[in-house]
Design a protein around this ligand. Structure first.
Ligand code: NI
Length: 153
């Protein structure tokens, strides 16, 4: 990614962070249904994704081939009680972590992009794929936090 791409990614994260902060804490705590994540838990899941992918990205920068464990997403969210945290603290952690990852993604040397990682039992993926999937997954869950009907207002 070129420097302009990195700056754009950082801008997007700051903009999303500001939008997230406009959500009141009590709304962020609401669970839409039995067994469904609150917005706090969705953002917590994204923090878990950031921390796991941070490990993958840095390790894969330094090594051509790698095998790493997956993580149990539901259990991770439950174990860390994201639901009980102040919303502003979660947003700050999410934004700070992703500003760092955006820079890391932007600065990857091209020769590391085909370094391959096997995660759990899945087929190996290269660093370029893992980074793309990371960003797609992030946007998917941000879309859940801001459903289309709310964004249109
Ligand atoms: Ni997810």
């Amino acid at each position: 990614m070129n420097p302009a791409g990195a700056a754009q990614l950082c801008d997007s994260i700051r903009r999303i962070g500001a939008q997230l902060l406009s959500i009141p804490d009590e709304i962020a705590s609401e669970r839409p249904g039995e067994g469904k994540w609150s917005k706090k838990e969705i953002l917590g899941h994204l923090i878990d994704s950031a921390s796991n992918n941070h490990q993958r990205f840095v390790r894969l920068l330094l090594q051509k081939e790698l095998s790493l464990p997956g993580y149990e997403q539901e259990e991770w969210v439950r174990a860390q009680a994201y639901h009980m945290r102040p919303w502003g603290d979660l947003v700050a952690l999410w934004a700070g972590y992703n500003l760092h990852l955006a820079q890391l993604i932007a600065d990857v040397p091209p020769e590391a992009l085909d370094h391959e990682c096997r995660i759990g039992d899945a087929e190996p993926k290269n660093l370029a794929q893992l980074m793309e999937e990371y960003l797609r997954h992030l946007l998917h869950h941000i879309g859940q936090i801001f459903p289309a009907d709310e964004r249109a207002e």
